[in-house]
Design a protein around this ligand. Sequence first.
Ligand code: TYD
Length: 252
Amino acid sequence: MFAAETPVDHSPLSAATPVRYTPGVQHPGAPDGRGWFITIEGPDGAGKTTQADALADHLRRDGHDVLLTREPGGTWLGERVRNVLLARTPTTAATDPMTDAILFNAARRQLVTEVIRPALAQGRTVICARYADSTLAYQGYGAGVPLDRLRALQVMATDGLEPDLTFLLDLPVEAGLERKAPGDVTRFEAEFDLAFHRRVRDGFLALAAGSPGRFVVIDATRATIEVATAVNTTADRLIESGEPKAYAARTT
Ligand code: TYD
């Protein structure tokens, strides 16, 4: 479940369904020290939602106080921006990719300030399905917005908050797109071609190669349980080590 404190709606594109969000943390700043910030990235249909749920359950069983959220979304405002960004509606003009990037980052800023930073300050472990790497992969590598402009936006949105650990669930784009249920197809899957999605996948892999201290690349073509074991084991090692930056990029 994404928002630990609220029921989860897995049909974000339907206007009729209630919008889910993670309520703001009510008592920020309790313990000293910061919680772990873990993100899960990957092409469409890689299984991020399933693996984020499984990792949260796993860490909770080990006694961790976990906050599970997602992008775009995770706040009242963010879930509304999500509906605007992902809805497949007829438009008079294609959406400019920089417009997309600004909107994704607007939702991101609200999530970081309202939810993620306060939770980390309380010592909670935050798991977020998609984060800033998705904008670099989709709007940057995929749609061609210069990466330096996107990185500048990202700094504005996050004030420099980076994950301690990022899982890249990697799989061929055809395999990921085939996994999507017809009712769960977003504008990005419906309106962008295979070449776009291949650039996105390659972009994620390039980002992983460029930040070996943060990324762990996971082969997501395997059975869900095998992927979950790889994710959980890696997260356990990170948390036990207490040294997030000691991690090297690798395929698990
Ligand atoms: P999501 O529900 O994460 O899809 P999936 O389950 O297939 O991963 O949908 C989010 C869509 O938005 C996805 O197609 C990727 C896209 N996206 C961007 O283009 N840029 C971003 O910064 C983010 C966070 C998502």
